[in-house]
Design a binder for this molecule. Structure first.
Ligand SMILES: [Zn+2]
Length: 326
């Protein structure tokens, strides 16, 4: 019995060793190895533009007239429903997107949060007290790059270090936010640009989620997405830009902040350089996957304190992750 077990062990060892040798040979020879496709970072992405539509729910997107967003989803990759962080309110979620982590890590637990007025300390902080955002990571890598932040809601301006951004502009209403962002794209060709539109959320609060006014506001936001997309074309950088559309929460009735499906699930669309066409991202995604996806697309690792994971499977050459053990 002992002899038989030893033979079995040695046979298995050699078999495994052979497999390892074959894999090593294929790797050294430069052949693609199954499961290894897409290792490393995508190439050819030189700019990332994020448009955040405050209060846009999955139901709202599917009910409203949105030719531009529909085209981006059709020609790009769309998540089947991205989970927000709790509470489903604005500042914790915008902070999570920009910071690649949830409130338990960055400490932004409410819209009243300020860097010098907080009840939960971040797990790690920059010299000026911020949990590291995508701006901090990109600035460390690209000291001279244009990192631009445009936002309708002034609350966004408290969530990142303005010393690190090249542009930090609170520029309501939405139309101005979009046209200012479009102008910046054409004049400065930023490495990273973020634009937050606020009027969909305002319509949800004033007239009710899924009301005609709410759906009309989504249609207006869609036309502004078209303005920014057109600017990428006019700047001649559409072919090397990753464009992402995301929201911070949905809504129910005239509010949000709770745990209902309509509040905690949002659309997340990826489009442009390196992105698969007509692809449905079926893995679980979170708003805090945004920051790692930005740095991944540009070829850099995220901050070690981040909790999110780049949505690699949305990019050509990368397969859905198989590292889940349920
Ligand atoms: Zn919001």
């Amino acid at each position: 019995m002992i002899y038989n077990t030893r033979i079995l062990f040695v046979t298995r060892y050699l078999r495994e060793k052979n497999v390892m040798r074959k894999l090593l040979f294929l790797l050294l020879a430069g052949f693609p190895v199954p499961g290894m496709a897409g290792e490393g970072y995508p190439t050819g992405i030189e700019h990332v533009v994020v448009i955040g539509i405050d209060g846009l729910s999955v139901a709202g997107l599917s009910a409203a007239v949105t030719p531009h967003l529909d085209r981006l989803a059709r020609e790009g990759a769309a998540c089947t429903g991205t989970r927000v962080v709790l509470p489903s309110s604005s500042a914790p979620n915008w902070a999570s997107m920009l910071s690649g982590a949830g409130p338990e890590a960055h400490g932004v637990t409410s819209n009243e949060w300020r860097v010098d007025r907080r009840d939960l300390q971040p797990v790690t902080a920059t010299a000026r007290g911020f949990f590291p955002t995508v701006l901090d990571v990109l600035r460390a890598r690209r000291p001279g790059a244009c990192l631009a932040m445009f936002y309708h809601w002034e609350g966004i301006g408290f969530l990142f270090d303005k010393e690190v951004a090249s542009v930090a502009s609170c520029c309501p209403p939405d139309k101005r936010t979009a046209t200012d962002a479009a102008l910046c794209i054409k004049e400065r060709r930023p490495l990273f640009l973020f634009a937050q539109l606020d009027e969909v959320d305002a319509a949800g609060h004033a007239a009710g989620h899924m009301s005609p006014a709410y759906l009309a506001a989504i249609q207006q936001a869609d036309s502004l997405v078209g303005v920014v997309a057109r600017a990428l074309d006019e700047a001649g950088i559409a072919g090397k830009t990753l464009l992402m559309i995301i929201s911070d929460h949905g809504g129910t009735g005239r509010g949000h902040g709770g745990n209902s499906p309509g509040e905690v699930t949002v659309p997340f669309i990826l489009h442009g350089a390196g992105v698969k066409k007509g692809y449905a991202v079926t893995r679980a995604t979170y708003v805090y996957d945004l920051a790692p996806t930005v740095t991944f697309a540009l070829g850099y690792p995220g901050d070690p304190a981040w909790r999110g994971r780049a949505i690699c499977c949305a990019f050509e050459g990368y397969e859905p992750p198989r590292d889940f053990i349920h």
